[in-house]
Design a protein around this ligand. Structure first.
Ligand code: 5MM
Length: 338
């Protein structure tokens, strides 16, 4: 493990107001998104769609890294370069999702544990030889009747720490993603309480396994009310509680925090990130690692037809630009009309 290399990569992932493009949908998630638009979920369509994303004009002005799926890291772009080689050529760091998904958690109804530790050291070496500079592992925490259990939070945090250790051993920066889902009728205070506890347990587990905090990126949810909650929180309240939660838990050694969007609309995700950055006076950089909030409108425009590439690319470039502005507190809604 080389702490200097890890810190250099992690710092590069969050500097210059750039963020991370999460394009690591598993086959199931990608099929769900394609099905909604009547796009056939074939290997070639997934390649064409992701090729359209990464070849969007000016992407590297706003995006520092792209998280790939196992299939994509082995595919070639339209320029006949592998996805990692193409990304490297345009100045974007290639990353890889290495978890194998959230599965039912034994003896705990309605809760999940993320799997993928089996053979991970060997898989990680393979991804490294394909060009990966960082990795991602997502834990899923659900708020509901009597859940999440402390056991679920401990088990997922321990798995995140084991994954982070395996990454750091070979100088791959782990993105550590403890996602408290937005699904459900819970209010913003419940989201705060659960996220605060999860982040607290997570940093305890990372510490127990001697993870070098200067060589990780945290990918958390923002503190919001649940998607079925009747009381909708203001962006200012979301920002205030999110910064408070991070301030309670994230050590100053962590170079950066890159949020997931979690089901927020594209503009909500930009406004909230902007307000968080206006409030944040902690040393870590605060940016985005969005999937849906960067991609969904571009996917709709693409619609499975490469004749739509340029129009779809304008949308992904614009979202990347807007979120880059938000990651330095310079965004406002009126820019959407420019
Ligand atoms: C892009 O979606 C990622 C992969 O999800 P699955 O393993 O379920 O297919 C997902 O982990 C994503 O990186 C994060 O949830 C952030 O995406 P959103 O859409 O929440 O910004």
């Amino acid at each position: 493990m080389n702490i200097k290399i890890l810190n250099q990569i992690a710092t590069q992932m969050v500097t210059e107001s750039k963020g991370i493009l999460a394009m690591d949908e598993s086959h199931g998630t990608c099929k769900k998104r394609f099905d909604a638009l009547n796009i056939e979920a074939t290997e070639e369509n997934r390649r064409l769609y992701r090729d359209m994303l990464v070849t969007a004009e000016s992407l590297s002005s706003y995006i520092s890294g792209a998280i790939l799926f196992d299939e994509t890291i082995k595919q070639k772009t339209s320029q006949n370069l592998s996805f990692p080689d193409y990304l490297k050529k345009i100045g974007i760091l290639p990353g890889i999702k290495v978890d194998t998904g959230a599965k039912p958690f034994s003896c705990h109804s309605n809760e999940k544990i993320t799997e993928g530790l089996d053979n991970l050291p060997q898989r990680m070496e393979g991804y490294k030889s394909l060009g990966a500079k960082f990795a991602k592992w997502r834990a899923v925490i659900t708020i509901g009747d009597d859940i999440p259990s402390t056991a679920c939070m401990i088990a997922n945090s321990h798995a995140l720490a084991r994954y982070a250790s395996i990454c750091q051993e070979v100088d791959i920066v782990p993105i550590v993603e403890p996602e408290v889902l937005m699904d459900g009728p819970h209010n913003i205070q419940e989201c705060f309480d659960v996220t605060n506890k999860m982040q607290s347990i997570l940093f305890e587990e990372l510490d127990k396994l001697d993870i070098s905090l200067s060589g990780i990126i945290l990918k958390p949810n923002m503190i919001t009310s649940g998607s079925d909650c009747k009381i909708k929180s203001s962006s200012e309240e979301i920002a205030e509680l999110t910064v408070r939660c991070l301030g309670n838990n994230v050590p100053i050694e962590v170079p950066g925090i890159a949020f997931l969007s979690g089901g927020q609309s594209d503009t909500e995700a930009s406004i909230n990130l902007n307000n968080i950055n206006k409030l944040n006076d902690n040393p870590w950089k605060v940016t985005f690692s969005y999937g849906r909030a960067l991609q969904l409108e571009a996917m709709k425009k693409w619609n499975g037809n490469n004749h739509n590439n340029l129009d779809a690319q304008k949308i992904i470039s614009k979202r990347a630009h807007m979120n880059s502005l938000a990651s330095s507190g310079q965004y406002n809604l009126s820019m959407e009309n420019d």
